[in-house]
Design a protein around this ligand. Structure first.
Ligand code: PLP
Length: 404
């Protein structure tokens, strides 16, 4: 009997955030164990609900959301995104430059499918949000990882980027604020990346899905606001800033040197049409979200829930002997390092599995974010302070006796 096999397109595609360790966690839960999940940035799972007004408007408008709409998305929603661009200083964005998708995830995959030929290279941060690497690989491109320097607040290493440019490089990905490191990039750094894009005719792909989740007064600068002679794709959505991850509502904005991209834009439009349109009830949430006081600012200000959780997690992680962690300035994650002298880890997926089995805590191993070393973990600081205290205490206990 012949077995059905997955296509060879998927041979090197990895997305381990929802990999085998999560399946093991589910099994434990089915057996009745309580697992503390610090593995996925899903605000609603931690009683961080979608603002009431957004929920109500989606319910109220449900009746008018029954049919397909234009492939790029509802006019009113795209208009709201257009106004958002104006507020963020991204100039000359027309309603036609905005594409709504079933989350940013769909727009990442769609744009990589439209852009890449076999062997085309895209510069991707290491560590990255692994969908980027997976989407590029799935689209027969080659992800080339550039180094983000932990000793420099996890900022991209410009010299490393320069050393990895080739005649096949088509684009560079920025994730800002960053998942998994929490870094928020300063203007000068963004300008340096834009200058490289200008010189080497690259598209700048800027994933800004956490652009309102900022701490300690740090400013977020939208990359595309800094130039109009380079082609930018900017990605954003409702999953994080508005805690509406389950609505699957995101968008992509094309700006800057659009005149150089007519053919590519035709390709994106075709792919958008092939899937008819994105989920319409979720499109109806966009205007309310972007138009009102709906966001997450109160939660990230001093004394707010996310602020307090970040403080607690960061302090407790750094208190563990041999663990160090750069303080995140944005987003929902920390990426602590285990000192290799104290904890020589050969297989970080096994370590995360052992942690799950021994302490019932679920984290993601650093290697899932496409870094070379095996000395990092990603911690989501969405749980409430008491749950974080419990989890990190258990992590400390686990590490105190752990050997591989
Ligand atoms: N980009 C980054 C950096 C993310 O962290 C995530 C989700 O965690 C996404 C994109 C996907 O977002 P969406 O829910 O809009 O598909």
């Amino acid at each position: 009997m012949q077995n059905f096999k997955k296509s060879s397109k998927l041979d090197n595609v990895c997305y381990e955030i929802r990999g085998p360790v999560l399946r093991e966690a589910r099994r434990l839960e089915e057996e009745g164990h309580r697992v503390l999940k610090l593995n996925i940035g899903n605000p609603a799972a931690f009683e961080l609900d979608v603002p009431e007004e957004i929920q109500q408007d989606v319910i109220y408008n449900m009746h008018s959301a029954q049919g397909y709409v234009e492939s790029k998305g509802l006019f009113s929603a795209r208009k709201a995104v257009m106004h958002y661009c104006q507020q963020r200083g991204i100039d000359k964005v027309d309603i036609d430059d905005i594409y709504l998708g079933n989350g940013v995830s769909e727009m990442i995959v769609m744009s990589m499918q439209a852009l890449l030929n076999t062997g085309d290279e895209v510069l991707v941060p290491a560590p990255d949000y692994p969908l980027w690497t997976a989407a590029i690989t799935l689209s027969s491109g080659k992800p080339v990882h550039y180094h983000c320097d932990e000793a420099q607040d996890w900022f991209p290493d410009i010299d490393d980027i320069k050393s990895k440019l080739t005649s096949r490089t088509r684009a560079i990905v920025l994730i800002n604020p960053n998942n998994p490191t929490g870094a928020v990039y300063p203007r000068e750094l963004l300008e340096q990346v834009i200058e490289l894009a200008r010189q080497h005719n690259l598209i700048v792909l800027s994933d800004e899905i956490y652009d309102k989740i900022l701490y300690d007064g740090v400013e977020h600068i939208s990359t595309a606001s800094l130039a109009d002679d380079v082609l930018f794709f900017t990605y954003n959505g409702l999953s994080k800033n508005y805690r509406a991850a389950g609505y699957r509502s995101g968008w992509m904005i094309i700006s800057g040197a659009k005149h150089k991209a007519r053919d590519l834009i035709e390709g994106i439009e075709m792919l958008a049409s092939m899937r008819l349109c994105s989920n319409v009830p979720a499109q109806l949430a966009i205007q309310t979200a972007l138009g009102g006081y709906q966001s997450i600012e109160d939660l990230v200000a001093p004394g707010g829930r996310l602020y307090d959780q970040r403080e607690t997690a960061w302090e407790l992680l750094n208190d563990i002997p041999g663990v160090s962690c750069v303080k995140p300035m944005g987003a929902l994650y920390m990426f602590p390092k285990l000192d290799p002298k104290r904890y020589p880890i050969h297989n970080d997926e096994k370590m995360v599995l052992d942690l799950l089995l021994q302490e019932r805590i679920l984290l993601v191993q650093g290697s899932a974010f496409n870094i070379e070393d095996r000395q990092h973990l990603r911690v989501v600081f969405l749980p409430r302070v008491d749950a974080l205290e419990d989890a990190i205490k258990r992590l400390a206990h686990f590490l105190s006796a752990y050997q591989q």
